[in-house]
Structures are given as structure tokens and as C-alpha cells.
Design a protein around this ligand. Sequence first.
Ligand code: CP3
Length: 349
Amino acid sequence: MGRDESAGLAGSPFLRACRRRPVPHTPVWFMRQAGRSLPEYLRVREGVAMLESCTRPDMIVEITMQPVRRYAVDAAIFFSDIMVPLKAIGIDLDIKPGVGPVIADPIRDAAGLATLRPLEPDDVPYVTEAVGGLVGELGSTPLIGFAGAPFTLASYLIEGGPSKNHDHTKALMYGEPELWHALMERLADITIAFLKVQVAAGASAVQLFDSWVGAVAPQDYRESVLPHTSRIFDEVADLGVPRIHFGVGTGELLGLMGEAGADVVGVDWRVPLDEAVRRVPPGKALQGNLDPAVLFAPWEVVERRARDVLDRGRTAEGHVFNLGHGVLPSTDPDMLARLADFVHEASAR
Ligand code: CP3
């Protein structure tokens, strides 16, 4: 919070765009900018399991800094995972390479629900330590803290792992609304606590990832999801940092996601940004939305597509350039470097 005024962060194009203020150039960062597309990441991670790496402050700092050194990105994102707070409260889970989060005992009843206790700052001392270290290294580059949103966390917990159709999740949502809301409430509390820890330690913005909520119809989103996400945004509002809300396949939900209360709505690559402007309520900035797979095409194509994103983004009250989802592991880092430079040059005012 206070870091904003003290360290020249207030002038950050990223924070200004989130607040819908004029910017010298469109700011850019990439979801999953740290990770398997970087050879230096693979070297650091050798022999260390994903969740283990998220508990080592020196490793978190190094991995978070890697893309900042390589690319002219306007923000860093804290290296962690949406499953970290659940692991920290004792849920037996792992992140399996090439698969994703896997939960030993899926939560499908009241007894399972009872295993979800509140998250205390002392449960994640490595997060506080790593954010503190990063704030020093990053200087005037803002650090984005993040957490998983209740629906996406619930889906992993209920299914026991990644899921295409979210069968068990929807069965519970439709069939046992009381248990559903109780579960969503506990997850929202954990998410709020995890975001507060990161901001208290010096994060300058937060992003709520509801990656899989695109599986839900608008009516069900309003009834079963929105009350919980909107409480999260309410409870972190007075921390004074911009709040970003992102999901995949959320074209039909963009208006409701805006209603949930974030300052910035993240848009995947399926909805052009000028159309997203029409779907999101006024008073929001937008973030997105180049298809990450475009980076596998020749540079001329990437440039043309990136220019199109910038042109459409100009119709928004504020625009943070990003991909429409995370960097794919086989992406050439040089393409991302070129893209960040291009976004700055092509948008310079
Ligand atoms: O650079 C960044 O964006 C910050 C780091 C970050 C990670 N996970 C590191 C990670 C962030 C923001 C996340 C969030 C996350 N984790 C989400 C929401 C974002 C999204 O992509 O929609 C989700 C759904 C997860 C759950 C998860 N964790 C998945 C689906 C996977 C991939 C599994 C695989 O191997 O394909 C993970 C593992 C994970 N989290 C990796 C990284 C860099 C890759 C595993 C590794 O490098 O060993």
C-alpha cells in the first residue's frame, strides 16, 4: 500500500492503466511469464517439485525475476500457484507435471468441508518473506499477487484433479446448494487471507484467477459464484491496490464478472476487446488478449495480431496488454521479448 507513494510506483504504466489513467505506452505483462518456456526456469527447478519450489523464498524470488530480466514487461507476477494456500492449511495435494493439481481425498460432503480450515499468515511465512525480497529487487516495477477464485479451487477439490466437464462440481452446485455455498464461503475466506498476506508484504496489485468458471451459465454464475467473488473484491478493496479478475471461456460472463467488483476484467482470446468493452460495465479497465498460440506463427503474423489487440484495446477506458491465457510451455522466449517491445513502441503516445 504505502509502497505506492514511496518508491515511484505511482507512475507505473501498469498501475495507471489499471486505474484508467493516461499512460505513456500500453503496459504489458504475460500470464505464466515465469515457467517452462524459460530455460533458466527449467534449470532452477531441476529436481525440485512444483509445490516445494513455492515454499522456498530464494527460489520464488529468482523465478519471479527471470521474465523481468528478459522482457520489458511492466509488471512481475509472484511465483506461486493457486493450490499453495490449500496445501498450506493441510489439504493433501500435489501438482503433477503435465497433469496439474491432484487431490488425495476429494471434498464432496460435510466431513470433507470440515477439513478446510481458515488460512493464517503464519501458514505461509515463505510468501511474506519472498514478497518482501521481491519488492526490494523490483524497485519501480509493480508485483502482482494472485489467488485462485472459489469456483476454480472448488472444481479441483471436488473433482480431485483437472476436469473437462466438472461433473461432480456441478452435481454439488445444482444438487446441494447449502453445502456448495458453505464450501464457496470457506474458499473465499482462504482466498481473501492469501491476497491480504501478499499485499501486506508489498504486492501492488492482485489478480483473481477463475480459470474454469467459463463452464458455468450466466444464471448459475449469478446465483452460485458471484456472491463469493464479489465478497472477495469487497474485502480487499480497502487495501488500495488494483484488483484484476480473469477467467477462460468467459465471453458470456464478462458483464457479471465486471459486476463482481474488480477494477480490471481479464479477457481471453475469444472475445475481441472492443466487443468486451460493450459487455463489461463502465468504469473498468480491460486486460488481454492475444491468443497465446499466435506466438507459434511467424513474427509478421504476431505483429499484425498484436496491433489489432492494441487497436481494439484503445476503445477501453484502460488497457493492459496480455495474452488471452498463459504462455504455452513451448513458446520461444525471443517472441515474447519482441512482443513486449512491439507493444511499447506501437502504443507510445
Ligand atoms: O508466471 C506466472 O504466471 C506465475 C505463476 C503461476 C503458476 N500457476 C505457476 C505454475 C500462476 C499465476 C499459476 C496459477 C494457476 N495454477 C492457475 C490459474 C492460471 C491459469 O493458467 O488459468 C491454475 C488453473 C493453476 C493450477 C495448475 N498449476 C495447473 C493447471 C498447472 C499446470 C500443470 C502442467 O504441468 O501442465 C500447474 C503447475 C504450474 N503452476 C506450473 C507453473 C510454472 C508448471 C509446473 C512446473 O513448472 O513444474
